[in-house]
Design a protein around this ligand. Structure first.
Ligand SMILES: [Zn+2]
Ligand SMILES: [Zn+2]
Length: 339
């Protein structure tokens, strides 16, 4: 990512919208938060960012620049529950008293991940162990997952958004579009007059949104959900898409096709490697290379995404898994190749 793109911390858009680039301590660099002026005064705040000192100082800077005070935040709307979007919601709620709106499915994940009984971290270790992750990497996983707790605290009190229907933002009606795949319960918001799509992390320019198998998640085939969500989004005419990362972009329809093509290609590649039985970790190392070596954060995404592809292929009857004492092995069935 070019550094000058991030040197600009905020961008003003039509209708008085303000895009604030809230910094992240990962290679994604920043998350986009959007301030949308409400007709009765104040702002709706979309995806406030991760709870870090650096993020809070950018918010201080942005509020000073635009003459906004924390109590001007009237509603906090979350596209999904990932820490880089959800993390500051509770902190903003404490200071503004604003309701935090998100889907119940998204909130369930947040509770399982960072609630009292943090059972999900151990479930993640068990899942990756069965799929061949070496012991030295497994021991890094649990502390890594738990390191997010402070970055999503305090946890907000949540008001649920339905998976379909409308929400009023900035005096306009926005259609709620349920788009699972990148995250369970992920929502996009579409306005027909402006042809604006707030697309969270379901569709990103330049980079491919992560699609992950999550232990204990009711969705056992998140890649199928992701591809179906791309199809659902292709029904909307979009002039400008406002994503969770990188910058707003106009070529939404083209991007949907690119993302679909990327996964179709990856599925075929993976299937081609399975003449001989292999474990998911070996396939992950082959597919993602260096990213699996020394960065546990990247490795978790790479491993969960490899599993999302393997689960998809197995559901489609193109590969089969066999459980051995040493873990799970996948091999080709020699069935049809088409996706
Ligand atoms: Zn996300
Ligand atoms: Zn994100």
């Amino acid at each position: 990512m070019k550094s000058e793109a991030f040197a600009v911390k905020s961008v003003e858009w039509g209708e008085g919208w303000i895009q604030v680039k809230v910094p992240l301590p990962f290679s994604l660099r920043w998350v986009n938060s959007y301030l949308i002026p409400e007709i009765n005064g104040g702002y709706a705040l979309i995806d406030p960012g991760l709870h870090t000192a650096e993020a809070k100082s950018v918010w201080e800077w942005a509020f000073a620049r635009y003459g906004i005070s924390t109590t001007d935040v009237k509603r906090i709307v979350l596209t999904h529950q990932h820490p880089d979007h959800y993390g500051l919601a509770g902190w903003f709620q404490e200071r503004s008293g604003a309701p935090v709106l998100m889907s119940a499915l998204s909130h369930e994940y947040a509770v399982r991940m960072w609630g009292e009984d943090k059972s999900m971290s151990q479930a993640w270790v068990r899942l990756f162990a069965r799929h061949g992750l070496p012991g030295d990497l497994l021991t890094q996983l649990e502390p890594h997952l738990e390191s997010f707790v402070s970055q999503v605290s305090p946890q907000p009190e949540v008001t649920y958004l339905p998976l379909e229907g409308t929400i009023s933002l900035g005096g306009r009606e926005w259609e709620i579009v349920h788009t699972p795949g990148h995250a369970s319960g992920h929502l996009c918001f579409y306005n027909r007059e402006l042809r604006y799509m707030l697309c969270g992390d379901q569709v990103l320019p330049d980079i491919t949104p992560n699609v992950s198998v999550i232990p204990g998640d009711p969705d056992r085939n998140p890649l199928l959900s992701f591809l179906n969500s791309l199809k659902r989004l292709s029904r909307y005419e979009v002039e400008m898409a406002f994503p969770g990362h990188r910058n707003p972009f106009p070529n939404f329809a083209e991007r949907l096709m690119d993302l679909n093509g990327h996964h179709v290609g990856r599925l075929a590649e993976l299937e081609g490697w399975l003449e001989q039985p292999q474990q998911a970790y070996a396939l992950c190392a082959r597919m993602f290379g260096k990213r699996t070596q020394n960065n546990i954060h990247q490795l978790r995404f790479a491993m969960s995404e490899t599993l999302a592809h393997l689960f998809y292929l197995e559901e489609a009857g193109r590969i089969k898994s066999v459980e051995h004492a040493s873990g799970i092995l996948y091999h080709r069935t020699g069935g049809p190749h088409s996706v």
